[in-house]
Ligand binder design. Structure first.
Ligand code: SF4
Length: 253
């Protein structure tokens, strides 16, 4: 069975939400925030690909790549979604102001991987690593997020980065020395060294989750996180919060 970090993260969020998304295949609603993130990721990928080829990049090149993305995207046009266009432009411009003087030269971009959880079973975790740079002491995994830098790395992202480190070390036989999430809203990153204990924990959690997915265990786990669920409107098990009473009420059981 092929799983991915995204799928397993959703399963951990709520198995019932996983069922909506990946069993019933109900698409998530259109989200301007996610659309901005997808656009900026794609434009940076194209820009970094030029750096990989040794081509010099300018601010104007970055903006032209952004404009080209909009010209080519079938469902996007600037008149219809001016806020999305503006936000993407702003994030890319800010990135160039902060990093344009030293954008680096990645050694891997959008690298696909497949990580077998155990040598003797059929579960694999797949994904795509945004960017990998070479440092003097090993590889640096870099993941770009369009939001603001939190005070510390959320557990979900620690899991994501350690998944990537495991994939590089097992699949490409390369030592990883640094894990970084780069936040484009304020152009700051959070970095840490890979932690073998976290990596072991990630593998064990993946194995347990994969077995539950394999057994079609999609029991809902309602709670305050339902407020952030893409399927809140259609879920019979969602929790709602009675703001006046300061008490939570379940809509169905
Ligand atoms: S609304 Fe809550 S219980 Fe329902 S799928 Fe979403 S997270 Fe799960």
């Amino acid at each position: 069975m092929r799983l991915s970090f995204t799928k397993l993260a959703l399963y951990e969020f709520c198995p019932y939400a996983y069922r909506f998304r990946y069993v019933e295949r109900i698409p998530i609603p259109f989200s301007p925030r996610l659309t901005v993130g997808a656009i900026v990721h794609s434009v940076l990928h194209r820009a970094f690909a030029r750096l990989c080829d040794g081509v010099r990049l300018t601010r104007a090149d970055l903006h032209e790549l952004h404009a080209a993305y909009w010209r080519e995207a079938p469902r996007l046009n600037r008149e219809r979604f001016p806020d999305i266009w503006e936000r993407g432009h702003e994030l890319l411009d800010g990135f160039w102001s902060a990093r344009g003087h030293a954008p680096g030269r990645p050694v891997m971009l959008e690298r696909r991987f497949r990580l077998r959880l155990r040598s003797d079973d059929a579960y694999t975790v797949e994904g795509v690593i945004d960017r990998v740079d070479q440092r003097s002491d090993g590889l640096e995994v870099i993941d770009y997020k369009s939001g603001s830098r939190p005070t510390e790395l959320p557990g979900r992202l620690r899991t994501q980065l350690h998944t990537y480190a495991l994939a590089l070390e097992r699949g490409f036989n390369s030592a990883v020395s640094r894990l970084t999430v780069y936040y484009l809203t304020d152009n700051q990153g959070i970095s840490q060294s890979p932690d073998p204990a976290v990596a072991d924990d990630v593998l064990n959690r993946y194995q347990a989750l994969a077995e539950r997915v394999g057994a079609a265990d999609f029991k809902p786990t309602p709670g305050k996180h339902c407020r952030y669920c893409d399927y809140n409107d259609r879920c019979d098990f969602r929790w709602t919060e009675d703001a006046e009473e300061g008490r939570e009420t379940k809509t169905s059981s």
